[in-house]
Design a protein around this ligand. Structure first.
Ligand code: 0RA
Length: 653
């Protein structure tokens, strides 16, 4: 960040910096192009877009508090204590700067190199998009001792900016009502906003973000409210992510520096698990596809640790060959950098392309890690011992895998015997159902459409890979059956033996079909853990789904209806049961096995009528924390989580 980038010639940011690019009609016509989608994700994205502007004001050093409120009617208010959006007249547009920011696409400095802006939602579209997608929006600016206000409808001003009062503070307050005709649902989920606000607080140490839900009251009558604030930034973030894991040692290895003009913050913690968990961010955006900053980090880690281990002669004694991945086992790290002009690449535009970043991160991490190892010989030895153990286990895993591949040579193309494959071979059309139990597996085999649907029955609970070493996973029959059926390969082309290659994936829909009860959910979680840790790309590319079998078959006379939720059942009773509990018959499906093949097809497998839930990763750090908590040793947090999220508790009680 240089001075020049922040200010124009006069040293002031003023209305003329704001570029005028396009109208907002395009946004309403094609909302998905601007905010990703019109589902729950897009709806919540509106909040991030508005909050990001306040975060930028905070990063510029002018704002300390951001208050986010979900109002009773599902409108959102974001208020900050920054300088307030300028309200002076825009020379070319003959409008207030506020109006330009609110109504002109891409206005607000993001595309203006004269003003430096690091934050910004993934799509970086600006607050005008939020305005365009809201039936109503009210902006208030507290500035010069006055309160200015303007209101908009679907992005168009209802009146010119006017003064509505006086004040003795500064800031910006935005309230918007998302358009019900655009979004699939306009109901905000507290937990989604909570996760992002917590993440933003960790990523931007020192800022205070409050989240209030005015739809929900606590026992004392106050609204539900949380305050997110982190003094220690990423140091606290890694501790939070690893809070359910057993630490190798208690220190967080931390650096916060600037190299070649790039602010770099990194926190590293080692735990006793076998997974690598690196979460990287650029300008507060989670770069799930990685990129040059991640590459720089890995290079520094491997080189520094390797050199230390060689110098200390630890590797000679161990007599194993160490690979890059061995240095990252049991490592949890968060990397956050700020880049003035990030180039985002990759399928989901979350891969950093800027080449200059690699060397900067490598240098910063190399220096800090070298210093840490020199100063902490005891911890350094624990890391090196762990690396040697990882290498030993990796070699054992390779042997286990090779022996599995030998056991099932060419017969059936190396596919598991329990798999009932489909006849089509085009992955794009093919579906694999992972079914709980042999009996449901049998029904599914009979009920399926053989052309494009394959069935793999699973015997009960698969191995919990969260706690198992890698070679144990490859020794497990059920895990191997899944890996082989999918066509996922490990250690191809000299890559890390831990990185799954899904080039030869045989199905583009992998569907978990388990009973609608606690055991079924447990099995789903175990399989999802396997996917998340051993083949995350499968989830990232959107190939994983969960089937949704009905809970009841309700009937009255000739009328029959499958009910997928408790609400569906109550609705049926209301519709057909007027008067006393009157001739309505309810069959409760305790398991998939209770449905005959036709019923299973009709309710759960037929693409025309079924409901599939796609598994997505909204927030990788949160997912990492949740999996380690759900699958770890600590009972307390797990019980809390299940109680808060349980859907079956009432049914099985
Ligand atoms: C540019 C210049 C100035 C303030 C802001 C942007 C600003 C924008 C937003 C959006 C949400 N909250 C905000 N707070 C501030 C002010 C420049 C000056 O006072 O000289």
């Amino acid at each position: 960040m240089t001075e020049e980038q922040i200010t124009n010639n006069e040293g002031n940011y003023s209305a003329e910096n704001i570029q005028v690019l396009e109208g907002l009609e395009a946004v309403r016509k094609r909302p998905a192009m601007y905010i990703g989608d019109i589902s729950e994700k897009g709806l919540h994205h509106l909040v991030y877009e508005v909050v990001d502007n306040s975060i930028d004001e905070a990063l510029a050093g002018f704002c300390t508090h951001i208050e986010v409120t979900i109002n009773e009617d599902n409108s959102i208010t974001v208020q900050d204590n920054g300088r307030g959006i300028p309200v002076d007249m825009h020379e070319k547009e003959h409008k207030s700067a506020l109006e330009v920011v609110m109504t002109v696409l891409h206005a607000g400095g993001k595309f203006d190199k004269g003003s430096y802006k690091v934050s910004g939602g993934l799509h970086g579209v600006g607050v005008s998009c939020v305005n365009a997608l809201s039936t109503k929006m009210i902006s208030q600016v507290f500035r010069n001792g006055k309160i200015y206000q303007q209101e908009y409808s679907c992005g168009k001003p209802v009146y010119a900016v006017k003064e509505v009062g006086t004040c003795d503070y500064t800031g910006t307050k935005q309230t918007f009502w998302p358009d019900k005709s655009i979004f699939i649902s306009t109901e905000y989920k507290y937990s989604i906003l909570e996760t992002r606000m917590r993440e933003l607080a960790y990523l931007n140490a020192g800022i205070t973000i409050t989240l209030t839900d005015r739809r929900e009251k606590e026992e004392d009558g106050s609204f539900k409210k949380e305050v997110f604030h982190s003094e220690e930034g990423l140091r606290e973030f890694v501790r939070f992510i690893d809070s359910s894991r057993e630490h190798l040692f208690n220190d967080v290895i931390y650096l916060n520096t600037e190299k070649q003009g790039i602010p770099i913050e990194v926190a590293i913690m080692y735990n006793t698990s076998y997974n690598e968990n690196i979460h990287s961010y650029v300008n507060n955006i989670n770069t799930i596809e990685g990129g040059t900053h991640l590459a720089g980090f890995r290079m520094a880690l491997t080189r520094t640790l390797k050199k230390y281990a060689e110098d200390s002669k630890a590797l000679e004694k161990a007599k194993v060959e160490i690979a890059g991945e061995d240095f990252r086992e049991g490592l949890t790290a968060v990397i956050s950098i700020k880049v003035a002009e990030p180039q985002f690449e990759g399928q989901t535009k979350t891969k950093l392309g800027n080449n200059e970043v690699m060397g900067a991160v490598q240098q910063a991490v190399g220096e800090a890690l070298t210093y840490y190892l020199e100063e902490h010989p005891k911890e350094a030895k624990m890391i090196v011992d762990k690396v040697v153990l990882a290498a030993t286990a990796r070699i054992a895993a390779r042997k286990a895998r090779e022996s599995v591949q030998r056991k099932s040579p060419m017969s059936g193309g190396g596919l598991p015997g329990k798999l009932a494959d489909c006849s089509d071979k085009d992955p794009e059309r093919c579906e694999l159902f992972l079914v709980e139990g042999d009996s449901a597996g049998g029904s599914a085999k009979q009920g399926r459409s053989r052309a494009f649907q394959a069935i793999l029955p699973l015997r009960g609970k698969i191995l919990n890979v969260e706690k198992a070493m890698w070679h144990k996973a490859f020794e497990s029959d059920e895990v191997n059956n899944i890996i082989q059926a999918l066509g996922v390969r490990y250690g191809v082309d000299g890559e890390d033996s831990k990185s799954a290659n899904i080039d030869k994936l045989r199905y583009h829909k992998v569907i978990l079909m388990t009973d609608a009860d606690v055991d079924g959910s447990h099995i789903d979680t175990l399989i999802l853990t396997l996917f998340y840790r051993y083949m995350p790309e499968l989830i990232q590319q959107g190939y994983v789904y969960i089937a949704n079998p009905p809970l009841y078959l309700c009937s009255k006379g000739k009328v029959k209806e499958y009910c997928y939720t408790e609400e569906d059942r109550l609705r049926f009773i209301e519709k057909y049961g007027a008067g006393s509990e009157s001739g309505i018959h309810t069959q409760r499906y305790k398991g998939l096995g209770e449905m005959n093949p036709e019923q299973l097809w009709e309710t759960t497998m037929n693409p025309e009528t079924r409901i599939l839930k796609q598994v997505t990763i909204e927030n990788a750090a949160e997912v990492d924390y949740i999996f380690s908590m759900l699958m770890g040793d600590d009972v307390g947090p797990r019980r809390d989580f299940i109680e808060r999220h349980a859907t079956y508790a009432n049914i099985d009680a």
